[in-house]
Design a protein around this ligand. Structure first.
Ligand code: PLP
Length: 440
């Protein structure tokens, strides 16, 4: 009999949390941790905020739950308007859910129903990238390109056509432009091979999250994908569950490159870790077609929950009122400089990549050949454990199918100050010094 009835995933024993304030958390033994990954890239405003607490309590005093088919509620309407405004009115309709996986499921189903309603029910296939992560429910898992997660379920998931995205770290083409052109050409050929008339949508993360260690696309790639979708008449879905709502320094990551999707999903930071809330945004024309065919055949009990939406609204207002996107930008550049300094000091830091306050660090055995460390070294777990001992939380991932190195994300809350970034980098430096001595 184990001591705890809870189980999630295999892993080391964990300390019990006591409380959190700002970018710090404390365990019940009094040890302090700098939250360098905002929990699961979700506590974007840090911990213990009075304004979010007050907004939640005020909503609780009015009403905690109403059902979406019985009442409109003011926080849901206000949050939906905010989200539409954050896309500069490019995506006009909003559908609320409680998690990233639910948001992805909703987008997949809405896209499919749109084509059924439009008389194109031969469209039954999605295209997504390998590597990628789109969630843990079966539909979202079918989009996910990450072998260890897919393997036990591959016989029972509706798996998408997997294509490669750009990899600016490992690419061996003459230059970036040639690389992007080649990747797009391969994607086009793969789609043509299965029949472009069968494609519902291309689904991708503009900035990869845990699965890729913040791998980036670029403008030429996104423009190429947009053109391809338009040409073959399918939809483009951006998964901004992790990179949306300000994480990259713009409200949505796609705004960094100015290429607009037809549907967008977001979650994680939307409720800033205070309450689960996610959303799917899409073009009005899609919703009109689906509504004309009898309504969207989909929904979750907690969709548009007043308490969830009041929390999300308070979080977005805080980001806006405190000009936190500017801080994401400034502190992001400071963090980048610090991580690149560490990269110069430790040759096994192969790549540092990211945007805003979303940074990935990839560790490799041989920086010239970019060879990963052997999987048995479990470097991703070791670096996370050492960082935790040094009082720093980072977000790790196992190497990808042996094709990339161990990596981790550094994604602190948007509220982090200049001196707290210095502290984060000091703790990471101590972690790296120990890793250098003990393991590498
Ligand atoms: N999509 C992306 C890009 C994610 O990073 C995640 C979670 O990490 C999800 C979807 C799934 O979100 P959730 O864990 O809230 O279901």
């Amino acid at each position: 009999m184990t001591t705890s009835p809870l189980f999630y995933q295999a892993g080391p024993e964990m300390p019990e949390v006591s409380h959190g304030r700002g970018v710090f958390l404390w365990d019940t033994n009094g040890k302090e941790y700098l939250d360098g990954c905002s929990g699961a890239i979700s506590c974007n405003l840090g911990h213990g905020r009075q304004d979010i607490r007050d907004a939640m309590l005020a909503q609780l005093d009015r009403v905690a739950f109403t059902y979406r088919t019985q009442f409109e509620n003011a926080p849901a309407l206000a949050l939906a308007r905010q989200l539409v405004g954050m896309t500069d009115d490019a995506l006009e309709k909003v559908f609320f859910v409680s998690s990233g996986s639910e948001a992805v499921e909703s987008a997949l189903k809405l896209a499919r129903q749109y084509f059924v309603a439009s008389g194109e029910s031969q469209r039954r296939r999605f295209v997504s990238l390998r590597p990628s992560y789109h969630g843990s429910t079966l539909g979202a898992l079918g989009m996910t390109g990450y072998q260890p997660l897919e393997a036990p379920f591959s016989d029972i998931t509706m798996s998408s056509l997997k294509v490669s995205g750009p990899d600016f770290y490992r690419q061996r083409d003459a230059d970036r432009e040639t690389h992007v052109r080649r990747v797009l050409e391969e994607t086009r050929n793969q789609i043509k091979a299965v029949g472009d008339e069968t494609i519902i949508a291309v689904v991708l993360e503009p900035v990869g999250g845990a699965s890729t260690g913040a791998r980036l696309v670029d403008k030429a790639y996104l423009e190429g994908i947009r053109r391809l979708c338009d040409e073959i008449g399918c939809l483009l879905i951006f998964d901004e569950v992790l990179c949306g709502v300000g994480r990259t320094g713009t409200w949505f990551a796609y705004q960094q490159w100015g290429v607009t999707p037809d549907l967008l999903v977001t979650a994680k930071g939307l409720g800033a870790g205070y309450y689960p809330v996610g959303a799917m945004l899409c073009r009005e024309e899609i919703v009109e077609a689906v509504m004309a065919s009898g309504g969207f055949q989909h929904g979750h009990t907690y969709a548009g929950n007043p308490l969830a939406c009041a929390t999300g609204l308070a979080a977005i207002e805080a980001i806006r009122d405190e000009h936190l996107l500017d801080n994401v930008d400034a502190r992001g550049r400071q963090l980048q400089r610090g991580l690149e300094t560490l990269q110069c000091r430790y040759p096994w830091v192969g790549d540092v990549r990211g945007l805003g306050l979303l940074w990935g660090v990839e560790l490799v055995m041989d920086p010239t050949e970019k060879t990963p460390f052997p999987a048995q070294a479990n470097l991703f777990a070791r670096v996370t454990a050492l960082a935790k001992e040094e009082g720093l939380l980072i977000y790790p991932r196992r190497p990808l199918d042996g094709l990339a190195g161990d990596h981790f994300l550094v994604t602190p809350p948007f509220t982090i100050s200049e001196s707290e970034v210095v502290l984060l980098l000091e703790r990471l430096e101590r972690t790296f010094a120990r890793l250098d001595r003990e393991v590498v």
